[in-house]
Write a protein that binds this ligand. Structure first.
Ligand code: NAD
Length: 369
């Protein structure tokens, strides 16, 4: 997909750019545009900039000129204001968030602080910045807020979530994302801040921190450890390859209508059991052993409040903005598993750095301060 920002666009600020999806967005913009990219990230446990450094090392991208890290926490409103003034962006993409549902069950206050208060501070600073811009720059400035299908709750029947679905968040993570979505929309309708919002389904692909289902199962299977499957394993997710999400984000940011929401999903519904078995089969094929990795699958107690099914109707972004996913689940999963097999050391390093080695999360709860 070719990317055509308005001609006078020079600087883009991405929050959460050291995370899984944010770093994929940065890599795409470094590769396919000449924009200067500011990555505003607190550098939490799931952060890693190696994918960005690797890209610049293996290409002619001048990292010093084009990429600047602003190590800032969205919870610090003064630092956010300074970061926005300093980077003087034409576009802002807000991806910073705490993102793991199990961690939100353990420490909900942290999700409230980072995702709700953090987004509030960001849009306040963006509003101040936008109001002071000269007319021509004011006309192109946008804040693109990246959200999730989890804000819509859980589906039981064959229906799908769309932009019209009522909000019904059920986990602390989903509640914090829903609240941040509401603030963002209200800053558009009340103060006129130019906002676009996308809500998308579960992402997967290279460089994802190994606490989420797909990279976690790959690690467990490779290390011959028991592979936990929550409940009966029949919860359904709609899987979107990360590069398809990035294309959707860019199309919506550039061509989308201010104040609109676009839902993004690849129509690739799978039960968790199907996903885990598919990973085991691929690893058996690429790294054969005497026993199938499927023997490692262990049914464990379900996640509290576990949403049954997510499915996204993407017809609005397809019809209005001409977005299409290019990966089906089998193709995307093969690519992902092959990447993790080649990058075992990266996984070991991020696990060591963050002191997380695949243990079960979300079964205890910290009291809020
Ligand atoms: P991630 O956990 O890999 O990365 C999030 C990044 O945000 C991290 O680098 C972290 O340090 C940063 N961050 C968190 N709180 C911050 C704060 N207070 N200040 C500054 N930086 C902060 O997450 P991801 O999977 O890349 O998700 C990115 C965004 O996309 C999130 O908003 C998430 O809700 C949304 N999303 C993710 C998925 C998915 O399947 N991963 C699906 C739909 C929507």
């Amino acid at each position: 997909m070719s990317i055509c920002f308005p001609i006078s666009t020079n600087r883009v600020l991405i929050t959460g750019g050291a995370g899984f999806i944010g770093s994929a967005l940065i890599r795409k913009l470094l590769k396919d545009t000449s924009l200067t990219i500011f990555n505003l990230d607190k550098l939490g446990y799931a952060s890693d900039q190696n994918s960005i450094y690797d890209l610049c090392r293996s290409s002619s991208i001048d990292i010093k000129k084009r990429y600047k890290l602003l190590k800032v926490d969205l919870r610090n409103k003064d630092k956010i204001r300074t970061a926005i003034q300093h980077s003087d962006p034409d576009f802002v993409f807000n991806l910073a968030a705490e993102t793991h549902v199990d961690r939100s069950i353990e420490d909900p206050f942290s999700f409230f602080e980072n995702n709700v208060y953090g987004t509030f501070n960001l849009i306040e600073a963006c509003l101040e910045h936008w109001e002071k811009l000269p007319t021509e720059r004011k006309a192109i400035f946008r804040v693109h807020h990246i959200s999730t299908d989890e804000v819509y709750g859980s589906l039981k029947d064959k229906s799908m979530f769309s932009e019209k679905s009522p909000y019904n968040p059920r986990s602390p993570y989903a509640a914090s994302k829903a609240a941040s979505d509401h603030f963002v929309r209200a800053w558009n309708t009340t103060y006129g801040l130019p906002i676009i919002k996308t809500n998308c389904s579960n992402n997967y692909g290279p460089w994802q921190y190994p606490e989420k289902l797909i990279p976690l199962v790959i690690q467990k299977a490779l290390n011959n450890q028991s592979i936990p499957l929550y409940g009966d394993g029949n919860n359904i997710r709609d899987w979107l390859y990360v590069d398809d999400h990035i294309n959707g984000i860019l199309i919506a940011a550039i061509k989308g209508k201010i104040g609109q929401t676009y839902c993004i999903g690849a129509n690739q519904e799978k039960t968790n059991k199907e996903v885990v078995i598919a990973i085991c089969n691929l690893i058996d094929e690429y790294k054969p052993t005497k026993f199938s990795r499927k023997n490692l699958i262990t049914y464990v107690e379900d996640r509290s409040g576990h949403d049954k099914r997510y499915a996204i109707d993407s017809s609005k972004i397809k019809k209005e903005l001409n977005w299409e996913p290019s990966y089906d689940f089998n193709t995307g999963l093969k690519k992902t598993v092959k990447w993790y097999l080649k990058n075992v050391e990266w996984c070991q390093n991020v696990q060591k750095k963050s002191k997380y080695f695949g243990e079960r999360l979300g079964i205890s709860r910290k009291l809020s301060p």
